[in-house]
Design a protein around this ligand. Structure first.
Ligand code: ATP
Length: 595
């Protein structure tokens, strides 16, 4: 360690250097050539972490059973002080031993009854423990006692103390299992959490320089991609700890990995399915590969890219979401009918290998630099993901809001320092944010369409976003005559639903004119939120909206608005006057703020 200030209470201030040297002596004196290929730390590890060792069946002994065996095997007087100590190990005693610690009590009883020197090797101990487990399974108590006797004859009292703890599967070292595992290997905790097999951990991770995530990534072999963990905005902000984080669009297509070696290509899906035939196995084969082959820089001979394969509409230069019922893997060179004007576009957000160099253990920040050198983006075919670099909660809220406004499902937040962890979701450093993870409003709201906004691209020329309102509170039996503006919604419906709606409302839209807003529609002073069109309430329709929460706003005459609103349903069954009232809105506001 460094010369920095040492705490007095640390292990190193109590551990004699001579003990460390004794251990060095022992390890170095083991002749390496004797050690077989399968040799590993497992025989020792299973003694260090007995409670994690699932390979050995139960010993069938708790403290009192073991106490009785010891009394019998050692011929201790059954009513004498030592027998009482062992059997009543929980009772407080005047001695130095801690009450309740059977192994420590046993040590004092065994001190004068065990040999001075132990003669067992670690392998002997494991072998004897196996025999106890086998004898216990066969209900052979005589055999169990014989094995205990053999152990007592060949171990010191100190060794007995630790043997008892191993048998009780609790070492009381004061170090938790994860610390012990990670002392052994940096990936041991991760591997154990998926396989729960100490032997596999010790064998697979014998080599300290071997890294699990790198091993999973090999050219032309599929791997399970890294995934995002669900998070709300507060959770995401907490995880980023005030540091800069990347924000990426959540693309709505198919997760795909591209493996390339020269002119040979392979494509695998998230579930490791080979989709090479959908895209093309070489620079001259298939619908997609020949179009991107020349985009790779000449110095890149082989690489593995991770990204999303998305449908791309060439006529209006926009992505076609999978939610619009398209299958990007089914595109072929001759796109007709439903797929007319569409092509496959690979949006790359990660790189795992470049010219044989495995990049899984580089940070995302470093991988992004490598990725930037691999290809020249080709519009509509091969894109490099756009990344925002944000730091604050406000920026994140705004970008999620913008994403929803662009009719995207959500966002991915990625920590710049995260390494690539195949198949990992939890704690991976990638977070998936969708508005529904933040819905604290349990109620759906029935709101009236008051205005419309023209869309762009494929939605150009038709009304794609809506201004929604709430009715003023009226006395029972009376229809409301005034509606207050409340929020804007642009997501939750398909293009065909939008077409039907625009036919129905089409004849009633009136261009917005600030000097002639109908009396039935109340906007803010100065019309802070200006739609392109307005519609008289009696010709309009009710829509059912789901949202994350109600927030204060000066853009709408309600003085509040919805965060992350999505349209759930066109309420054909409701009349315009059955819209939610201000009174109902106040009630929802109060009940949700009390949560
Ligand atoms: P999950 O896949 O998390 O189990 P799900 O099947 O509902 O849930 P989504 O919630 O839609 O999937 O999100 C996960 C998918 O998001 C990933 O499998 C990946 O294909 C996709 N994705 C889109 N954009 C990105 C991006 N920029 N970074 C990482 N993954 C992305």
């Amino acid at each position: 360690t460094s010369d920095a200030i040492q705490l007095d209470n640390t292990l190193d201030t109590k551990l004699p250097f001579t003990d460390v040297c004794t251990m060095f002596e022992k390890i170095s004196s083991c002749d390496d050539s004797d050690l077989g290929k399968k040799d590993s730390f497992y025989p020792i590890m299973r003694l260090c972490l007995p409670h994690l060792d699932r390979k050995r069946a139960a010993y069938g002994m708790k403290e009192t059973v073991l106490a009785r065996y010891y009394i019998e095997v050692l011929g201790i007087a059954k009513t004498g002080a030592d027998a009482t100590k062992l059997l009543n190990y929980r009772a407080p005693s005047s001695g130095k031993t801690q009450a309740g610690d059977f192994a420590a009590v046993a040590y004092f009883v065994l001190k004068n009854r065990c040999p001075e020197n132990g003669t067992l090797m670690v392998s002997d101990v494991n072998c004897l423990l196996n025999k106890i487990a086998v004898s216990n399974a066969a209900h052979d108590r005589v055999a169990v006692k014989q094995i205990l006797q053999q152990m007592l004859r060949s171990t010191t009292a100190i060794e007995q103390k630790w043997l008892i703890r191993i048998i009780m599967k609790e070492l009381k070292l004061g170090i938790n299992e994860n610390s012990i595992l990670s002392l052994f290997h940096i990936d041991a905790v991760d591997l154990f959490s998926v396989c729960a097999d100490l032997e596999k951990v010790c064998v697979d991770l014998r080599e300290p320089s071997f890294r699990l995530n790198e091993a999973a990534i090999q050219l032309f072999l599929p791997f399970r991609p890294m995934l995002g963990q669900r998070a709300s905005i507060p959770q995401a902000v907490k995880l980023t700890e005030g540091q800069m984080f990347y924000v990426e669009t959540k693309f709505d297509g198919d997760r795909m990995q591209l493996h390339k070696d020269g002119t040979d290509y392979k494509y695998f899906s998230r579930s490791s399915k080979d989709y090479t035939s959908s895209f093309g196995a070489s620079s001259t084969d298939g619908s997609f590969t020949p179009q991107i082959h020349s985009a790779f820089k000449p110095e890149i001979s082989c690489c593995i890219l991770d990204g999303e394969m998305v449908g791309y509409d060439v006529t209006d230069d926009s992505f076609v979401p999978k939610g619009d019922n398209i299958d990007v893997k089914a595109f072929s060179t001759q796109l007709t009918g439903k797929y007319e004007g569409m092509q496959q576009c690979f949006v790359v957000f990660d790189i795992l290998m470049i010219n044989g160099r495995n990049l899984a253990n580089l940070t995302l920040r470093e991988r992004a630099l490598e990725l930037a050198q691999v290809f020249t983006p080709v519009k509509g075919l091969l894109h490099l993901v756009d990344r925002l670099e944000l730091t604050s909660r406000e920026e994140l809220v705004t970008s999620l809001n913008d994403a929803i406004d662009r009719r995207e499902e959500g966002l991915l937040v990625k920590l710049p320092n995260s390494t690539y962890q195949p198949d990992k979701r939890k704690g991976s450093g990638w977070l998936k944010l969708k508005p529904e993870y933040m819905d604290s409003l349990s109620d759906q709201l029935d709101l009236l369409i008051l205005g419309g906004y023209y869309g762009s691209g494929k939605r150009g020329g038709i009304v794609s976003h809506f201004l929604l309102g709430v009715a003023e509170t009226t006395s029972p039996g009376n229809n409301p005559s005034r509606f207050l503006s409340f929020c804007k919604v642009g997501t939750g419906y398909t293009l065909s639903e939008l077409r039907i709606l625009s036919e129905e409302l089409g004849p009633y839209w009136k261009p917005f004119n600030s000097s002639s807003v109908p009396d039935s529609i109340v906007l803010t002073v100065g019309n802070k939120e200006k739609p392109d069109l307005l519609i008289e309430p009696e010709f309009s329709k009710i829509v059912q909206i789901r949202a994350a929460e109600i927030t204060v706003s000066d853009k709408y005459s309600c003085a509040c608005t919805l965060r992350f609103p999505r349209l759930e349903l066109f309420r054909e069954d409701k009349e315009w006057y059955q819209c939610m009232t201000m009174e109902e809105l106040e009630n929802i506001k109060q009940s949700s703020s009390g949560r």
